[in-house]
Design a protein around this ligand. Structure first.
Ligand code: ATP
Ligand code: MG
Length: 264
């Protein structure tokens, strides 16, 4: 059974089409890198898979079910995280929060069992040493790894990550992409990762999808990352360069004409 399968999926906001006619299948255990300029519909597609957004036509299934019937199988790490940093939570408490949210309800008491699991998950992302530090005092890379741990603690079969590397410096990017590689290798969790810069993630990508309000290309990295395909979305200066047997993709930071800005 496919982890995600979409057929002729069109996603709308108040009747207006945001992403049109998307068809693809992702097998369990595969990592999909979702690429596209600002306003292309990346977050919209993730939210639809996660059942946060429900206005769509066509078909979308997650492990053979409607997205809203598969919620307990799915972990979501949002683009700009929604934690209120004025609340003085420790790193461990933030991770544990992911373990007390089940089927749409918070159980406010954090049990010993959840705490133990939170500690093990912190160790998995390499952050046992900061467990008692306040979340808001951590570095950007550490925060992102804590948010990964928060999503991992409920043992999702599918993990959706919205721009997990954006706003990080190169060394923090490497920390976070290493953890993503470890999640894939050691846990075999299916992942969909949106990104503007595909290069740091190419090693773990089994499939690449390029969208721009509609599906431009979907397939193995070498099938999608071709000069003519990349140029069709990012313009004539974009290109794909083979470097030492690997591909390097230069897209620039292109903004769709008429789009009111990103940041969601
Ligand atoms: N809540 C909303 N209500 C109405 N329109 C929306 C809403 N969220 C997104 N859109 C529109 O849907 C389209 C796709 O937006 P989306 O946020 O999915 O793009 P994105 O690829 O994630 O962009 P970015 O790279 O900036 O994060 C855009 O035209 C956007 O204006
Ligand atoms: Mg987005």
């Amino acid at each position: 059974m496919a982890a995600i399968s979409a057929r002729n999926l069109t996603i709308l906001y108040n009747g207006e089409v945001a992403l049109e006619g998307v068809t693809f299948e992702l097998e369990e255990g595969e990592t999909l890198l979702l690429l596209g300029p600002n306003g292309a519909g990346k977050t919209t597609l993730l939210k639809t898979i996660a059942c946060f957004h429900r206005e769509y036509k066509g078909e979308i299934q997650v492990f053979g079910r409607e997205p809203c019937d598969a919620r307990e199988l799915v972990g979501y790490v949002p683009q700009s995280h929604s934690l209120n940093e004025r609340v003085p939570l420790t790193a461990l408490e933030v991770v544990a929060m992911g373990g007390i949210y089940k089927k749409g309800f918070f159980h406010f008491k954090i049990s010993q069992q959840v705490l133990k699991k939170a500690e093990a998950t912190l160790a998995f992302v390499g952050l046992s040493n900061v467990k008692d530090k306040l979340f808001r005092e951590l570095s950007g890379g550490q925060k992102q790894r804590i948010l990964l741990a928060r999503a991992l603690i409920s043992d999702p079969r599918l993990l959706l990550l919205d721009e997990p590397l954006s706003a990080l410096d190169p060394s923090a990017r490497a920390e976070v992409s290493n953890v993503l590689g470890k999640i894939k290798r050691e846990r075999g969790i299916t992942m969909v990762i949106t990104t503007h810069d595909i290069n740091p993630l190419l090693e773990i990508g089994d499939k690449v999808m390029l969208i721009n309000k509609r599906l431009i290309a979907f397939g193995k990295p070498e099938e999608v990352l071709r000069d003519n395909i990349i140029k069709s979305v990012y313009g004539p200066l974009a290109r794909v360069i083979p470097v030492g047997g690997k591909l390097f993709c230069i897209t620039g930071d292109v903004h769709l004409h008429g789009h009111g800005g990103g940041g969601r």
